[in-house]
Design a protein. Sequence first.
Lengths: 329, 347
Amino acid sequence: MLAFFIRRILLGIVTVWAISVISFIVIQLPPGDFVDAYIAQIASTGGVVATETADQLRSQYGIDQPLPVQYVKWMSRILRGDLGVSLEFRVPVREVIGDRIWLTMAVSFGAILVTWGLALPIGIYSAVKQYSIGDYVATFIGFIGLAIPNFLLALILMYFGFKWFDLNVGGLFSAEYRIAPWSWAKVWDLIKHLPLPVLILGLGGTAQLIRIMRANLLDELHKPYVITARAKGLSETRVIMKYPVRAALNPFASTMGYLIPFVVSGSIIVATVLSLPTIGPTLLRALIAQDMFLAGAIILLLGVLTVIGTILSDLLLMWIDPRIRLEQH
Amino acid sequence: MSNEQHEVILSVNNLKTYFFQDEGTVKAVDGASFEVYKGRTLGIVGESGCGKSVTARSILRLEEKPGRIVDGEITLLREDNSTIELTALKQNSRDLRAIRGSDIALIFQEPMTSFSAHYTIGNQIIEMIRLHQNVTKREAKDLTIELLRRVGIPKPERRIDEYPFQLSGGLRQRVMIAMALANNPRILIADEPTTALDVTTQAQILDLLRQLQEDTGMSVILITHDMGVVAEMCDDVVVMYLGRVVETGPVDDIFHNPQHPYTRSLLTSIPSVLAEPRTKLPTLTGAIPHPYNRPQGCAFHPRCSEFMPGKCDHFTPHLQALDASGIQHVSCFLHHEPVAESAEHIS
């Protein structure tokens, strides 16, 4: 089991390295570099950047050097814990990402909790009461949830929240806390703002997960071991919760790893609509500006999160399913 | 089978379990009647699809949707000599659950899929004990180890923490039996308990079942398609064909004096060590009819060697005593004439 774990960690490190190479290449793929984008931006406001200034900028940021050299320099800095300086904002990447990564985690975690908290019971109900009115209602709402884009849902909820409840619906903080240092009052303010974005981000995944849970459980419900459990004299609730639901949880555990990056990257439009100070909009902006250090750092971070999530889901799977745990010997 | 010397512990009367599907209704069990006696083994035999397993499950009210018991009575004699009508109880009601696993226990064909792979065998047996007996976890664990030892599992105190997939097929079936015996049931239903096992293991499991029955005095309902197993294990036999009982009686009468053509052809299909080598076993002609397309009259008539046109395909035979002794019953027009009031005229 330990050997399995170590192998997973090593594989994870190799994966992260591969992600770093690919993300570096992908960031360089669009024609031009940050300085070109910068010149274009200045030009669009009527300014002119002298060729010498451009060259100076290029050598200052090291983007006149060949790609492999740039990559090695970038990586060696990251290994020392230095994410580099954002070309666009001219401050360290760490500062740009800073709070955003934790806020992103908070929103993502909340969204995953909402997804699981809704999808599990509804999925179980839908499977156990297959073809009942409740099942059809859940299926209907589920498909609507799948079909409506999250950002549209965000707009609708914002409108009604504003109209009926007079809520200040954008962002994660009230105006007075937006740039204030962290305090309990600010945390409380955050908690008050979280439910709406968390709900919106969670609902899309919920519909999908209801379908998965329903299908998994339907597969398990008529297996012989369920009849054995019933023949023991267990109550129907105990039978279902202890046996088939446990077996149907496997796919839940194995998809957990992908949920984190899915929520982060899938939330870019929603985060923009709701003006959430999360990482998604920052990534989008960095990519447009060809701010390679900022974009690279975010993509690498997402990669690491995915790998960690996958390792965690493997561990969870081993904990849930003894067949996986014991066959590793 | 109005056998006076033996006490009836469970009687099934005119049981009908139908499966209502979009394509039509499958009459898996269509008026089965038989009795189980105290301390004796009843064998229910027939080809696959004749309704043996559905009958077994119906007794514990484990029939699953779209299946439903539409008619009949299942009467159980309880320990205090009161009787309880199982078909009158609601599925999964408290009264019924008190009987499941306690008065009547069930063993299935496939010990691998009949256990959950997610819990240790100890967990699954202890659960069964604590559900029906008021004991602590510790006591239940000791009882479980004792049970495992009793069914011949080596090192039970270690095996108790293993998962079903870590055991061999034979051991798994032993564990299954141990679990069924956990609350000293008065009736054990074994649904093809040896079908999934190899021949040597089969013999061991059957020996174990017989031994346990002698020790506990419980009644056993053994469901099988194997006439050899019936000869070896059973006191009484019920022969089923397409959801109906075609013949019942003590095992000796069924084997030495079979009356129904179907029983006879089942018996001729047993391989014998005395037979000439390389001779083909007699086989029953034709196949079991499609469940949606049950033949009119006697369901067996298209395959029957003694088919009487105008009789067997027009009237439905009913189970009747063969002679005045009332020991053997048969449902065939070779032995009784169609009765106007009880036979349904179809054409």
